[in-house]
Design a protein around this ligand. Structure first.
Ligand code: A2H
Length: 253
């Protein structure tokens, strides 16, 4: 746990019904995977959601109609931030594993892809954020490599029961022009650094650092309502829009 609190935006990725049998008790409610991000301005480029296959999750009642899927730890934090059916007490309607979530179809705010799928990523930490991550392979090296692994390794898909149709149709969506790395900066840096898989932790951390600075300070939005605007300026506007329209909530830890 860091000393400085981190403020995330929780993106409400709506689970499309009908739900699988393990989630049938939730039928009739609005169920969302709650994905923690620091980059709300990248939501146009979402291609999927990530969960840890062996991770423990739950579906928690947030108010009369809405349910968030996340870790218990995140649900407890949210309950202390006034987002729980019962104040300061998470109400778990059903316990779920990451494996139960793989393949769930989602509708996510701002995404150009109308439907995206929930997929496994091995670097998801259950002790950070909500344990649910939204995937933007144009701008995140982790997301790019994890999607690349699923696309290029049929055995890896088979291991987690991932169908090709949840992965193959989803291409990189260019959303931000980076001054040094172009409009698919994550792919470009992964190729330049010869990163082979999502398991190359040190190289991926380096890649993230390399593209982040230029992308944030000098990146330009090339899609959406704020096309042509600097990322630095668009970020807050996009975040406020998401919060005002109840497509996202604030979460700190
Ligand atoms: B970011 P920090 Cl496009 N486990 O969102 C692993 N990674 C997690 C996580 C978890 N439990 N919870 C959140 N994250 C990811 C978008 C994005 C992100 C882009 C580029 C960079 C980037 C799309 N994925 O993060 O350790 C989420 O991915 C680079 C740091 O709290 C979240 O923002 O600083 C970021 O890590 C939070 O990381």
């Amino acid at each position: 746990e860091g000393v400085i609190p981190q403020e995330y935006t929780l993106i409400k990725m709506e689970v499309v019904s009908p739900f699988p049998s393990k989630m049938s008790v939730l039928e009739g409610k609005k169920v969302f995977l709650a994905a923690a991000t620091l980059r709300p301005e990248t939501m146009y480029g979402q291609t999927n959601a990530w969960v840890l296959p062996e991770g423990k999750y739950g579906a928690f009642q947030i108010n009369d109609t809405e349910v968030f899927v996340m870790t218990y730890r995140a649900a407890l934090n949210l309950a202390y931030q006034r987002l729980s059916h019962i104040p300061e007490k998470p109400t778990c309607l059903v316990a779920l594993s990451g494996r139960d979530l793989i393949g769930l179809p989602l509708r996510s705010p701002l995404a150009f892809n109308e439907i995206i799928y929930t997929l496994p990523m091995l670097s998801v930490l259950t002790e950070k954020g909500t344990g649910i991550v939204t995937s933007v392979p144009s701008d995140s090296p982790d997301d790019y490599m994890a999607l690349h692994d699923l696309k290029s390794k049929p055995a890896f898909r088979a291991k987690f029961g991932v169908k090709g149709e949840w992965v193959m149709p989803f291409e990189i969506v260019p959303i931000i022009n980076h001054p040094d790395f172009g409009d698919r900066s994550a792919e470009r840096i992964c190729i330049e650094k010869k990163i082979k898989s999502q398991n190359e932790r040190d190289k991926l951390d380096e890649a993230k650092k390399t593209i982040y600075k230029g992308g944030f300070y000098d990146g330009i939005m090339i899609v959406g309502e704020f096309t042509g605007m600097k990322v630095q300026e668009a970020k807050g506007l996009i975040r406020s829009n998401l919060l005002e329209t109840n497509q996202a909530v604030v979460y700190s830890e």
